[in-house]
Design a protein around this ligand. Structure first.
Ligand code: PLP
Ligand code: ZN
Length: 420
């Protein structure tokens, strides 16, 4: 092969433009020099002799897939043990919706309580490998938490750009890890634009901007794990909460790589997108049969982590949904809140609104016949409900206070038919 493979590196990877196909060695580059298209990491899969048994005994975190992640030297890994989260067989919710084979991939229980620990662990590791002096991100909240924590673990300063109206608990969490918060009076897109200018000026590695090709690689482990946890039998259908579209595209890439490695025997997983109705540029384009994604200028939704009006990977996500035979569905604030409660009450998993979006979309897809009762469906639940209590706390009943006596207790138990 030519010099596109990094010279002198053990791992054979290169960068490839997703638009024009131009190839580059795995350097600190994120946009094509010819066409400004985004770059993605390509591996020499043929040189890897990975079998299903290769993963037995590997660490129970995302680094069990080290060969398929873009880090050369294990010494650079920044590891808070993200990943290898539980895949719940969700029989109660399945029965309620009329499904037979429903699974919840529970990424609420990562180190900073969202799936963003996966891409961040990879991006901050790669930043160390590149020898950068500071990291950061533009974020709707969760990415900032994950970046701040991994920067702390790596001993690097961290700058995060967030819209000023994100949830209080996320602000608290980011601050505790010691990151500098730049709270922007504006939308995520405003924060992202400023962050992109800032990293040019200050030389920072912003994980979702100038580290993006490496960053997204961490998220594909959500596809690897689901296949491994289903005994290397891929699901029929997955539902992905979607903001910029990066996660959805990364999951598709994960299935494709496993298939090319021969670790799964088919690559026909239907990949569907769930977005909040107040910010659904990708789902709207899907429903309209459009090839273009029209940005939303003023997102308005309780699912703040999904409030990206101008999705960087929107067109690629749309293409992935269509080509895989998936669908797109949206959910109103009320449906999102109901979705959060339904998941919690049937399966014991407390998700942030993004999870409610997925459950609400799932329900609609079943009702509309987009999902058949016997399809093996996996819902990606990507963030923890304790990060966003305001999304449900107002509508939940306050507990009834009583005196610490049996007769007081009897009154309220009898009142509520024993279910209180
Ligand atoms: C970031 C995020 C997503 C997906 O975001 P993409 O930008 O589409 O990759 C999904 N759920 C939660 C909770 C998130 O924080
Ligand atoms: Zn190009």
């Amino acid at each position: 092969m030519t010099a596109k493979w990094g010279v002198g590196l053990e791992k054979k990877i290169f960068l490839k433009c997703r638009e024009c196909g131009r190839e580059y060695p795995p350097v600190r580059l994120y946009a094509c020099e010819d066409c400004f298209g985004p770059l993605e990491v390509v591996y020499d899969l043929d040189s890897l002799s990975l079998r299903r048994s290769s993963f037995e005994g590997k660490p129970k975190n995302l680094w069990r897939y080290f060969e398929l992640l873009p880090i050369n030297d294990k010494a650079n890994i920044v590891n808070l043990e993200a990943g290898y989260t539980i895949l719940h067989k969700s029989s109660r919710l399945a029965e309620m919706l009329g499904l037979k084979n429903l699974y919840i991939k529970d990424d609420t229980v990562n180190p900073t309580y969202s799936f963003k620990d996966r891409p961040t662990s990879v991006a901050v590791s790669k930043a160390l490998e590149f020898g950068v002096q500071a990291v950061g991100c533009a974020s709707t909240g969760n990415l900032a938490c994950a970046t701040a924590a991994h920067a702390a673990k790596a001993g690097l300063p961290c700058y995060v750009f967030v819209p000023s109206d994100i949830e209080m608990n996320k602000i608290v969490q980011i601050s505790v890890y010691g990151a500098r918060i730049v709270a922007i009076k504006g939308t995520y897109d405003d924060a992202n634009t400023l962050a992109a200018q800032a990293c040019e000026t200050y030389g920072w590695a912003l994980v979702n901007i100038n580290m993006r090709p490496y960053y997204v690689e961490g998220s594909k482990t959500l596809a690897f794990e689901v296949c491994e946890q289903l005994n290397w039998e891929p699901p029929d259908h997955v539902i992905v909460p979607t903001a910029s579209g990066a996660l959805l595209c990364a999951i598709a890439k994960g299935f494709e790589e496993l298939h090319r490695l021969g670790l799964i025997s088919r690559n026909d997983v239907r990949i569907s997108s769930a977005q909040p109705a107040g910010c659904a540029p990708i789902v709207s384009a899907f429903k309209a049969g459009s090839l273009e994604v029209t940005p939303i200028e003023h997102p308005e939704t309780i699912a703040k982590s999904l409030a990206i009006g101008d999705p960087a990977d929107g067109v690629y996500a749309l293409k992935t949904i269509r080509e895989s035979g998936g669908v797109g569905e949206d959910a109103t604030d009320e449906e999102i809140s109901e979705g959060v409660q339904l998941l919690a009450k049937t399966e014991g998993v407390f998700a942030e609104p993004a999870g409610g979006v997925v459950i609400a979309a799932l329900k609609k897809m079943v009702e509309q016949g987009d999902i058949q009762p016997d399809e093996r469906v996996v819902c990606y639940i990507t963030g923890n409900g304790l990060k966003t209590p305001e999304a449900v706390s107002e509508i939940l009943a306050q507990p009834t206070e009583i005196e610490p006596r049996m007769d007081s207790l009897k009154n309220i138990i009898d009142l509520k038919g024993g279910e209180g």
